[in-house]
Design a protein around this ligand. Sequence first.
Ligand SMILES: [Zn+2]
Ligand SMILES: [Zn+2]
Ligand SMILES: [Zn+2]
Length: 277
Amino acid sequence: MSLPPWRRVDNPHYRTTQHEDAYQQSSIPLPPGLDRDYQWSGNANYPPPGLIRATMPKAISEIEYLRERRGRSVILDNSDISLFGDLAEYLESGYDMHGNHIMCDLTCVICCGNKLEMPTCVSPPRTPEEDAKTEPLCVLPCGHFFGAYCIEKWISTCRDEDRCSDCPVCRFPLLYEYCGHEVKLRHHDPRFRRPGQLPLTIPEGGCVPAYCRWCRVDYVKDLAHQMAQVVYPKDVPESAFFSPRSFGPSDFSELRGIIRSNMLSAFYHAEDAFDHW
Ligand SMILES: [Zn+2]
Ligand SMILES: [Zn+2]
Ligand SMILES: [Zn+2]
């Protein structure tokens, strides 16, 4: 007698009387905990060994959920976070997008010994020895971060060797391209929020402008001086811009004063809004 096609399954665990002998002799391993004489009772509460029954998750109250969520914490270290942009999302809330409590156990990659200072919400428990050897976190425009003491030492070594200071990891030059001034190191103070103390890093969409802030101020002052000359088109000395009230007829000096203060306040507003390096 030939088997109907649906029973001709090439499955060694499929028992039929015809296949019994072949099955007993087969060398194919059984699931763990199952021997060759096992017969399932058919009781759904006692499934065959090796099988896992799916159960519906039980609904819990929101309070319980929050409590459970708080208990689940993930500790991230330097192998998980190498750029400040990845760290920034946890610094303020202490949670990731899945609701896991994130703790960041980060070490300075230059000395490989000192821990980096973290806000309390993401700070993992540390031994007193580790606590005594922490370094403030210092961020470069390329997004790499270091212990402040070590990166300062690195920059001063660059200066001593009379070469352009750069990021020790990716060699990003710490230089404003056009004016040639050095990009100042920015520290992250864990007591405060990021806005106002750290601009966006390049991987996060930030940029290093061509001129440093002081050269940008000089540029705007120069522009304001040129405009003052348009209003008072004689040979206005440079100092007329700095003390507009003491030069020329009073009505023009008033006007120059207004132009200067408006241009500078527009400039400082723009600076604050974009938070440049
Ligand atoms: Zn260090
Ligand atoms: Zn870098
Ligand atoms: Zn400059």
